[in-house]
Write a protein of this length. Structure first.
Length: 113
């Protein structure tokens, strides 16, 4: 279980290779606002890579922070209640990531989540 979190996020649609650029934008914004990070960066993918190409994915990246602050034009602050997660860490080129998604989907289906 992950306890309640305050998250600085960017939601985007486009090439998933831009994920790291958006994470860098959040890190820069956190530093410029003298905020404290309390967790590692993450990405949530809202589109299915079986249906949508990697260049048209809808995703959200975020970094947990200690305190709430007002949204900026691009970065939104969200409060996420206590929650369960499933995750994987992929090392390698994006064209090989489909196997990781398949493994995650298989786990979700097996556990009926």
């Amino acid at each position: 279980m992950i306890e309640k979190e305050i998250i600085a996020t960017i939601t985007d649609q486009g090439d998933v290779r831009d994920v790291m650029y958006n994470i860098w934008e959040i890190k820069k914004w956190i530093k410029s606002n003298r905020l404290e990070k309390v967790g590692k960066p993450f990405a949530i993918y809202y589109t299915d890579p079986k249906i949508v190409t990697f260049k048209n994915m809808i995703y959200e990246v975020g970094i947990p922070i200690k305190n709430k602050i007002k949204n900026s034009e691009k970065i939104k602050i969200k409060e996420i209640p206590r929650h369960k997660v499933i995750y994987a860490v992929h090392h390698g080129p994006y064209d090989k990531i489909k196997a990781v998604y398949k493994m995650l989907y298989d786990v979700l289906n097996k556990k009926k989540l």
